[in-house]
Design a protein around this ligand. Structure first.
Ligand code: ADP
Ligand code: ADP
Ligand code: MG
Length: 666
């Protein structure tokens, strides 16, 4: 076994790998850029080496600097994590040449699977079912149109070098082919420096289900069942689970067998993932093989009890697999939610800044429920613009899918962070969605359920009552503490009071009774009284209590006379009022939003790529006005109605802040 390994990555995955290495008694070396000098992975490692400035191209992607770091620290092996150099065959070869072990597959397997066109050809030959399409590079729009016509619409135009959901566009009709080709290409060029694209059939409403494989250097190959990753936004995974609610034994076994066959055919070693899309009739098609540890590997670890990083290290050290296929059994259900520094209310704009407050739910294993949180940050850490905006991967595991979902909803409710915008409300909305509960998923889920973006979770009567009960309990506890001295001297008589709790502008009359032992009986809006008890103290961010016999978690923040309560993806501003004031709350005027119909605003911070119109021009609805690049995606901004361009305020090449005016209309 190795004595020292170097982790050529940052963030949560570097920390994750170190955890296992440490458990195996292996010394760990971190590498870091200047921006990561104080990062968690640096702190966790036994030794750390600075490898260059913040941009990844000059640090985490520098093969030379990482080799040098291995030399000075005597690292015998390198774990690449995911992203960065993890699927870079030249890196694996360079390590090999330097006599250092790459904790991953052979370079030849990375190469064979690294290119989508090549890997599809390879899979096809290995007897794996692939998405129908054309296995060649598309030369121009004319050829694209011809091939799309042959395949039949809708089609997907895809970058051969693609990854991370980038460089792919759907064309539903010939009209969309030229635009789609151009966008897929230019995105591929800017993200991967390679603009080759191909075309395949777009499978309607598919599910993304992938098979985890493990292979050693002795010819043993097995699979560790499936993960379902159908909850995606722009082809990027947001929530994953294992097992999949959709697979039957027969399909599972068939997919597993094909994944193993493909791994054998490429001479695979280490952990890898074979991704499939599965249509409504459970026909499955190979998408690609990821020759690395996958972001969502924790759900597999939770249901199989197998530490994938440990297996990768043992395999790299030459040990044979000791697990047998028939021993791999799923136990319970696991869910992972990716917590990102992005604002769900503003089209998921990445958010950067200091995490002034960071308290994830406690990792624990209790009553059959496990909570795991893989993270690379800490309170006070900086989320920089240089890297991926992922903050943490929150996972829960329980005996059933329902119980794992409940645990996830609670864990998200107990996750508090400030200083940056984050997607926790959106994650809460997703796991609280009836379609998630029913397991009626597809990769189109988010686009279908949130067609105009995320506007927050809609109010429901039941949820409102829960908010009212929490607000009442908080207010009464605060009042009691303020009057603490007096209470102790002369115990207050039984409390029985009429109040009003306003949630925003809506008043809820309540009747509160003190039931003793710190329990209140609260009747909302004339309904039957409900018992509310909590150990909450003023100032605490998390309110944990029992309402009508059920455990309830919520986040609370005091803002003057208002208490802000967050739960299940919704935040309400609550106030305790006397009844007459409560009636007034609903007649307070609301501020009208500004009129933005006469301007084109930049919907995200981005770079103006081009302006498609001239001043004085009349533009039809749907016509392109400008193209803005943000997060390596090109976005065409179109006219929503017929407009006449009055003035153009932005120039190509200009970087704009969100809501900057690009042009004005008459
Ligand atoms: P998967 O197929 O494993 O789910 P994704 O494509 O969703 O992977 O995400 C992998 C991407 O994560 C990489 O392509 C890269 O952009 C990004 N990434 C790389 N390194 C890190 C890191 N240390 N922390 C967070 N994200 C990273
Ligand atoms: P990446 O390398 O970016 O992960 P993939 O080929 O794995 O690219 O595709 C990512 C996601 O895009 C899939 O999970 C799926 O949701 C969607 N997708 C890709 N190809 C197709 C297709 N032919 N039909 C329908 N959806 C697809
Ligand atoms: Mg993929």
């Amino acid at each position: 076994m190795f004595k020292t390994i170097l982790i050529a990555n940052r963030g949560e995955i570097a920390c994750r790998v170190m955890k296992t290495a440490r458990r195996l008694g292996i010394r760990t070396v971190a590498v870091h850029s200047d921006a990561d000098r104080n990062a968690l992975h640096v702190e966790m490692a036994d030794e750390a080496v600075a490898i260059g400035p913040a941009p990844a191209s000059q640090s985490y992607l520098s093969v030379e600097r990482i080799l040098e770091a291995c030399r000075v620290t005597g690292a015998e092996a390198v774990h690449p994590g995911y992203g960065f150099l993890s699927e870079n065959a030249a890196f694996a070869r360079a390590l090999d040449a330097a006599g250092i072990v790459f904790i991953g597959p052979p370079a030849a397997a990375i190469e064979a699977m690294g290119d989508k066109i090549e890997s599809k050809r390879f899979a096809d030959r290995a007897g794996v079912s692939t998405v129908p399409g054309h296995l060649g590079v598309i030369a121009d729009a004319e050829e694209a149109l011809r091939i799309a016509g042959e395949i039949g619409y809708p089609v997907m135009i895809k970058a051969s070098a693609g990854g991370g959901g980038k460089g792919m566009r759907i064309a539903r009709s010939p009209r969309e082919v030229a635009d789609g080709l151009q966008l897929a290409r230019s995105e591929a060029r800017s993200s991967f420096g390679d603009d080759r694209v191909f075309i395949e059939k777009f499978i309607e409403e598919p599910r993304h289900i992938e098979i985890q494989v493990l292979a050693d250097k002795h010819g043993n190959v097995l699979h560790l069942l499936e993960r379902e990753c159908s909850i995606q936004r722009r082809n990027q995974k947001v929530i994953e689970e294992a097992p999949s609610a959709f697979l039957d034994q027969h399909t599972r076994a068939a997919m597993g067998a094909q994944a193993v066959a493909l791994a054998r055919a490429v001479g695979y070693e280490s952990a890898g993932t074979v991704e499939f899309i599965v249509d409504r009739d459970r026909n499955f098609y190979f998408l690609e093989m990821n020759t690395r540890l996958q972001v969502e590997h924790p759900v597999t670890e939770l249901v199989t009890g197998i530490d994938l990083v440990e297996q990768m290290i043992r395999i790299a050290a030459g040990e044979p697999l000791t697990i047998r296929q028939q021993e791999v059994m799923p136990r319970g259900w696991a869910i992972e939610a990716r917590v990102y520094a992005e604002d769900p209310y503003r089209n998921f704009l990445p958010s950067i800044g200091r995490l002034t407050h960071y308290r994830p739910p406690a990792e624990r294993r209790e009553n059959g429920v496990t909570v795991r949180n893989d993270t690379g940050v800490y309170e006070g850490a900086e989320i920089s613009m240089f890297y991926d905006p992922m903050i943490a991967k929150l996972c829960t595991h329980a005996p059933t899918r329902d119980a794992a979902t409940d645990a996830m909803a609670d864990a998200l409710d107990a996750f508090t962070l400030d200083g940056i915008r984050h997607n926790i409300p959106f994650l809460s909305a997703l796991v609280g969605h009836p379609r998630w509960r029913e397991g009626r998923l597809s990769t189109a889920f988010i686009a279908e359920e949130y067609p105009d973006g995320f506007q927050g979770v809609a109010a429901s009567e039941e949820q409102d009552h829960t908010f009212v009960l929490i607000a009442a309990a908080i207010e009464i506890e605060e009042r009691r503490r303020r009057n603490g001295m007096r209470d102790r001297l002369a115990p207050a008589g039984p409390l029985r009071q009429k109040w009003t709790v306003a949630l925003g502008r809506r008043p809820f009359p309540i009747l509160v009774e003190d039931a003793g032992n710190g329990t209140l009986k609260v009747a909302v809006d004339g309904a039957a009284p409900v018992e509310v008890a909590a150990g909450w103290r003023p100032g605490e961010r998390i309110w944990r209590g029992r309402i009508g016999g059920a455990d309830v978690v919520a986040q609370v923040a005091r803002r003057g006379t208002i208490v802000e309560i967050t739960r299940r993806g919704r935040t309400v501003a609550a106030r305790l009022l006397n009844p007459t004031v409560g009636d007034l709350a609903q007649i307070m005027p609301e501020k009208a939003p500004p009129d933005t119909s006469r301007v084109l605003l930049c919907p995200m911070p981005g770079l103006v790529v081009s302006i498609a119109v001239a001043e004085g021009q009349t533009v039809e609805p749907g016509e392109a006005l400008a193209t803005v690049e943000a997060m390596k995606m090109e976005n065409i901004l179109r006219a929503e109605r017929e407009v006449v361009v009055k003035a153009i305020r932005a120039r190509p090449g200009e970087s704009l802040a969100v809501d900057s005016v690009i042009m004005e209309f008459e």
